[in-house]
Design a protein around this ligand. Structure first.
Ligand code: G3P
Ligand code: MG
Length: 251
C-alpha cells in the first residue's frame, strides 16, 4: 500500500495550503505557514530550490522579481544577498519583514506549528544531481523531527524523483504531472512513488478510477483549486486532497 496512507497524517478537510496559504499571506514565507496554522490547516505545500551559494531556499520562481524586491536568478544569488530581500511587500505592506526562508527554517517552523510539509522540488533545467539530492536529504534528516511522520516530497521532474528513490527507499514521494495518462500511473507504481499530483484542469474521473483501483490504490491530489464547489466535488469523488491558496470564499 502507498506510503501516503500508511505513514502520513490525514489532511484536515482535504485541503493542503498551496505555497503556504498564498491567498492570505505572501507565498512560500514563514508568515504564510503561520496563517495556515492559525486557520486550522494541517498540511502545507511549499517549493524549494538551491540558491547561488548552494543553500536550499523556499522559493517558487526561477527569478526573484515577482515575489521579492531583488532581481535576477535565484541560482545566481548567494544566500547572504537573498536574505536581505523583502519577500512580503509585493503581497501587502504588512508583510514587509518577510524573508526568503531556508529549507531548514521552513521545516523547523512547520514542526513547531504542527503542520505537515509537502516539499516540492523545483527543477528548472537539468535534473538534480546526486550531490544536490544527498544534500537535500541531509537537511530533512537534520531539520525534521524523527518522531514525526516524514515529509511528502514531490516534483514535476521524474528523473530527480527516481534518484531520490534510489537514495531513500522509504521517503513518501509524489509525482506531479500536469496532464497524466494511464501510463503515468504505471510509471508511478513501477518507480515506487506514493502519490499522483495532477492539474485541476486535466483531472478526470476515469483517471481517478484507475488510480484508486484495488491493484493500484494510488492517492490522487489535485492542484490548485480555489472554487469551494469544485473542492467539494473532487473530495467527494475520492480525491485524497486538493492544493488550495485558501481564498476568502473558502474561509
Ligand atoms: O505541488 C503542486 C503545485 O504547487 C505545483 O505547481 O507551480 O504551484 O508549484 P506550482
Ligand atoms: Mg508548488
Amino acid at each position: 500500500m502507498s506510503n501516503f496512507f500508511l505513514r502520513l497524517p490525514p489532511v484536515q478537510s482535504g485541503i493542503i495550503g498551496h505555497r503556504g496559504m498564498s491567498a492570505q499571506a505572501p507565498e512560500n514565507t514563514l508568515a504564510g505557514f503561520r496563517k495556515a496554522a492559525q486557520f486550522g490547516l494541517s498540511w502545507v505545500e511549499f517549493d524549494t530550490q538551491r540558491c547561488g551559494s548552494g543553500e536550499w531556499v523556499v522559493f517558487h520562481d526561477k527569478n526573484l522579481e515577482r515575489t521579492t524586491n531583488g532581481a535576477g536568478l535565484v541560482i545566481d544569488t548567494p544566500y547572504q544577498t537573498l536574505r536581505t530581500f523583502d519577500a512580503g511587500s509585493w503581497f501587502h505592506p504588512q508583510f514587509k519583514n518577510e524573508r526568503v526562508p531556508t529549507l531548514q527554517q521552513a521545516l523547523s517552523c512547520l514542526a513547531y506549528l504542527k503542520l505537515h510539509p509537502n516539499i516540492e522540488l523545483k527543477v528548472f533545467a537539468q535534473p538534480l544531481t546526486v550531490e544536490a539530492i544527498v544534500d537535500f536529504l541531509s537537511i530533512l534528516e537534520n531539520a525534521w523531527p524523527k518522531e514525526l511522520p516524514p515529509p511528502l516530497v514531490s516534483s514535476f521532474n521524474l528523473k530527480s524523483l527516481k534518484v531520490l528513490r534510489s537514495l531513500d527507499n522509504k521517503l513518501p514521494l509524489g509525482y506531479i504531472v500536469r496532464d497524466p495518462t494511464e501510463s503515468t500511473l504505471n510509471a508511478i507504481v513501477e518507480a515506487g512513488f506514493d502519490s499522483l499530483h495532477c492539474d485541476n484542469q486535466n483531472f478526470s474521473s476515469a483517471l481517478l478510477e484507475k488510480a484508486t483501483s484495488k491493484s493500484m490504490a494510488l492517492p490522487v491530489l489535485v492542484y490548485t483549486v480555489n472554487d469551494p464547489n469544485r473542492i467539494k466535488v473532487l473530495l467527494q469523488s475520492g480525491v485524497t486532497a486538493v492544493f488550495s491558496d485558501v481564498t476568502d470564499v473558502i474561509l
